[in-house]
Design a protein around this ligand. Structure first.
Ligand SMILES: NC(=O)c1ccc[n+]([C@@H]2O[C@H](COP(=O)([O-])OP(=O)(O)OC[C@H]3O[C@@H](n4cnc5c(N)ncnc54)[C@H](OP(=O)(O)O)[C@@H]3O)[C@@H](O)[C@H]2O)c1
Length: 244
């Protein structure tokens, strides 16, 4: 796994408490080539012999900056995974019509799905090595593709992910200027059985609702096959390129 990263690569997961994030942390902890693993969540995960837990909140840039400072003290970071995201809360769900748009809801969804991951990039991309391979990958969603959108609806979620996709492309371009071996991509995990998808799982065809472990394994497999020329794109769990 991740043979395209150096032996003894160092990895960080922002979103370790999520369904997919926790499965990513577990898979990376099992990889003998991973020499250091930081796992971040709003409540810091417990440390063990391989994992260093840290606390951060997407809506608190200082917490992201502090995490980056602590992580960077030990050396360069080769893998940054952003596995956070929001689709619904107790008080709002995805809109079916423009009539349901609410400014505060939109602002919250953009703060968490777009601005938070951008701030993680702001503080972590500079920790990537200049002369070794490295990957920054954020969980986006196929529904954030403008070209793929045939159904409409879910205005805040879709548009927050479309904006995230643009930032990923922008960061890839900027990253490519100074770190030729670095890769910056978006990922679509499939439909995964987590709290985020739970209210929307009814129409999912048989066999198409993945466990977090399956999705994490497929996504890490996709990342393992990437080269610098793939930077700036989005990939689905099965390796397909998603049209922006
Ligand atoms: N599940 C799917 O079917 C599916 C499909 C397409 C795309 N995705 C994307 O995959 C990603 C992960 O989703 P998931 O299914 O694993 O969802 P999840 O289990 O609900 O996990 C969401 C994660 O985001 C974190 N988070 C939310 N607000 C935060 C904040 N203010 N600060 C820090 N962390 C915060 C949560 O932390 P707390 O535990 O502290 O709340 C949790 O770790 C999301 O970007 C989602 O859009 C999922």
């Amino acid at each position: 796994m991740l043979e395209n990263l150096p032996e003894n690569y160092r990895a960080v997961v922002f979103g370790a408490s999520g369904g997919i994030g926790a499965a990513m942390v577990a898979a990376l902890a099992d990889d003998p080539r991973c020499a250091g693993l930081w796992a971040g969540a709003r409540n810091a995960p417990e440390n063990d012999d391989k994992i260093t837990g840290f606390a951060f909140d997407l809506s608190d840039e200082a917490s992201i900056e502090a995490a980056a400072e602590a992580i960077g003290q030990d050396g360069p970071v080769h893998l940054v995974l952003v596995t956070t995201g929001i689709l619904h809360t107790d008080t709002f769900g995805p809109e079916r019509s423009w009539r349901e748009l609410d400014a505060a809801t939109m602002a919250e969804v953009f703060a968490l799905n777009t601005i938070g991951p951008a701030l993680i990039a702001k503080h972590l991309l500079d920790l990537m090595p200049r002369d070794e391979a490295a990957i920054f990958a954020a969980l986006s969603a196929r529904v954030g593709s403008i070209g793929d959108n045939r159904l409409g609806g879910w205005h805040s979620y879709r548009s927050s992910k479309a904006a995230l996709n643009m930032l990923i492309r922008n960061f890839a371009i900027e990253l490519g200027r100074k770190r030729k071996q670095a890769i910056c991509v978006g990922l679509h995990p499939g439909t995964v059985d987590t709290g985020l998808s739970e209210p929307f799982q009814r129409g999912v065809p048989e066999g198409k609702l993945f466990t977090p472990e399956y999705s994490a394994e497929k996504l890490l497999g996709v990342l393992s096959g990437l080269e610098a020329s793939d930077s700036g794109q989005a990939f689905a769990w099965d390796g397909q390129v998603i049209a922006w």
